[in-house]
Design a protein around this ligand. Structure first.
Ligand code: SF4
Length: 159
């Protein structure tokens, strides 16, 4: 058992924040010590959340057209899967997906977009509008999976 991982985990178990340096240390582990991280992550989950779960729906808000080549991803430029491709859908369609998630008792709606990140200010505005509409018209929590974000983009999304 890795003592440093254990020390960091115990901080969390005592409800103390961990430092940025310690977070980086955990993120860079790529050996079998990752199983220590899994063990302690599970202890932390049990401590704060027990066996309760939250349900989440997702909406594929932008699909295909990705120029990257992540080998695990069916939307990668390296594969020709024949999936339907479309640009970012309208914010009202994202809201409709959130309303459906609410009707089916989801706690949250995950907005997922293909691509390395949000690259156009138009798309960013549209996603922010969708998030505002979800917050105003539903009780589900909007989550996002938007690839790599710049600091400015991240700040726009949380405003
Ligand atoms: S950047 Fe995202 S959408 Fe594109 S191939 Fe990688 S994981 Fe898939």
């Amino acid at each position: 058992m890795n003592d440093k991982i254990k020390t960091i985990a115990n901080q969390s178990l005592q409800n103390e924040p961990i430092s940025r340096e310690d977070a980086h240390y955990l993120m860079q582990i790529n050996s079998d010590e990752i199983y220590d991280v899994f063990y302690w992550a599970n202890q932390i989950r049990l401590r704060y959340f027990g066996h309760s779960i939250k349900t989440c729906s997702i909406v594929s808000a932008k699909q295909g057209r990705c120029t990257e080549d992540c080998s695990f991803c069916s939307q990668s430029a390296r594969y020709h899967t024949g999936i339907e491709e479309f640009p970012l859908i309208d914010s009202n369609n994202i809201l409709d997906a959130a309303k459906y998630a609410e009707q089916t008792d989801s706690d949250s709606i995950g907005i997922v977009t293909s691509g390395q990140g949000i690259r156009s200010s138009r798309d960013l505005r549209s996603i922010c509008t969708a998030i505002e509409k979800i917050a105003k018209n539903t009780h589900v929590h909007p989550h996002g999976s938007f690839g790599i974000l710049t600091r400015e983009t991240a700040e726009s999304l949380v405003k």
